[in-house]
Write a protein that binds this ligand. Structure first.
Ligand code: GUN
Ligand code: ZN
Length: 438
């Protein structure tokens, strides 16, 4: 992990990063840049010339693009096996495909195998941090936490709270949930790269007592985050209004139980009323936009301007298995397309901001991750941009760095260009044996 002693080193090559605090358009791009990494896994220096004080470090030259590690701000690890489940919308999809798979995670060895598989796949896509949903089972949470430690990722997660609206095997009463949740919180304290998020799945799977417990816990312990779903489909909103008749809207359900705060990550938010946007903005909560899920399940079209114009922080999430891809470039391309269908145009740098610094901000870690800047963790990936002849021609021809990066979003999934190595805290955690050349 980050505090282990490791040999410091320098990596040299094409380098891109956004800059923290600079909004979505302040960035660095070098055709030939240097990234110096210290023995604690933190970045010491980024720039176009290597200062003399690092001249004795081993320098690795790469032909690949050095890029900040991505933050997947909303994803379900037990749902990787249900990606591409055909024909349904959210509520039927949960019942037909998702809940039956999640039941299997009560088995420790199944959960361990799936956790390691999931984390290896996200590393291979250049994701170094993620806010992850688990299941109701303590063993599923423990498997994820242990695997994350072994594989070196930076995670936020929690036991997924459900006490109604799901099969018996996925529901626990509030007393039992309090017990496993408290144990999971204690097991997460003081871990360097793991934070706990209270995780009531969504209003439809939680009783008043469950939401009340979760909200009180969030208010009483400032070290905790909260994550859930909101305003994803019309059916879900209607069913929620029937279950919570005293609330004026969906956001008010969470707000009334203390779950709306600046430490809350609310996924989807695609059918907000005007009142909900205003209240959301006042609360400081982040939205996690999950475009591949919204198009795949036919949930609706996220209104980026609705959030941007109110200065609400946005992260991007794959929402696998509602989402069909863990690849951040696919997610960014889908977000661009969704916006276009609403006659909005998203700058590629804004999309990258959402998938790096925006995500980092949503989990309150923008001081330590999300960009390649001195003092932050050396979480980065190497992207092969030269292997695909046409792709590289388009990259070379593009006049601005925005256009170059935009071309990757649309060309990478269908070309030879891809992430070939991923580092967290300065340690190589995954590499494509043939391509990485590191
Ligand atoms: N709402 C409640 N649970 C889920 C889930 O697993 N996926 C999505 N997309 N929405 C949800
Ligand atoms: Zn989700």
């Amino acid at each position: 992990m980050g505090s282990e002693k490791k040999e410091p080193f320098v990596i040299r090559g094409r380098l891109f990063t956004l800059l923290d605090g600079g909004g979505s358009d302040e960035h660095l791009y070098y055709d030939d840049g240097f990234l110096a990494v210290g023995d604690g896994g933190r970045i010491l220096f980024v720039g176009p010339e290597l200062p003399d004080r690092y001249a004795h470090y081993q320098v690795h030259r790469t032909q690949h693009l050095i890029f900040p590690g991505f933050v997947d701000a909303h994803v379900h690890y037990p749902q990787l096996p249900v990606v591409a489940s055909y024909g349904t919308s959210l509520l039927e999809w949960l019942d037909k495909y998702t809940f039956p798979e999640e039941i299997k995670y009560g088995d420790r060895s199944y959960a361990e195998r799936r956790a390691a598989q999931f984390l290896t796949v996200i590393l291979a896509k250049g994701v170094t941090s993620a806010a992850v949903f688990s299941t109701i089972h303590q063993v599923a949470f423990e498997a994820l936490q242990a695997s994350s430690r072994d594989l070196g990722l930076n995670l936020v997660s929690g036991i997924t709270g459900m006490d109604r609206g799901a099969p018996d095997a996925l529901s626990v009463d509030v007393a039992a949930f309090k017990d496993i949740n408290a144990k999971a919180i204690e097991a997460s304290r003081n871990l360097e790269r793991f934070s706990y998020a209270i995780t009531p799945r969504f209003a439809l799977s939680c009783s008043d007592r469950m939401l009340d417990y979760c909200g009180q816990l969030l208010e009483s312990d400032q070290s905790l985050l909260a994550q859930t779903h909101i305003n994803e489909t019309e059916d879900e909103i209607l069913a929620t209004s029937e279950l919570f008749p005293n609330a004026n809207d969906y956001l008010e359900v969470y707000a009334s139980f203390g779950l709306l705060s600046e430490r809350s990550l609310l996924a989807h938010g695609i059918h907000n009323t005007e009142t909900e946007y205003e209240r959301w903005a006042e609360s400081g909560a982040s939205v996690v936009h999950c475009p591949t899920s919204n198009t795949f399940l036919g949930s609706g079209l996220f209104d980026a301007d609705g959030y941007v114009s109110r200065d609400i922080n946005i992260g991007l999430g794959s929402d696998v298995g509602g989402g069909f891809s863990l690849n951040p470039f696919v997610t960014m391309a889908e977000a661009y397309k969704v916006a276009k269908l609403r006659a909005q145009v998203l700058d590629p740098l804004r999309l990258i901001y959402w998938h790096t610094l925006g995500g980092a901000k949503s989990i309150h870690q923008d001081d330590s991750i999300g960009s390649l800047e001195a003092g932050k963790y050396a979480d980065f990936c190497l992207i092969d941009i030269t292997s695909d002849e046409v792709g590289f021609e388009i990259w070379e021809r593009a006049g601005t760095v925005q256009e170059k990066l935009f071309s990757l979003m649309f060309l990478m999934p269908d070309s030879k260009n891809r992430v070939v190595a991923t580092f967290t805290a300065g340690v190589l955690r995954w590499q494509d044996e043939i391509q990485s050349g590191f």
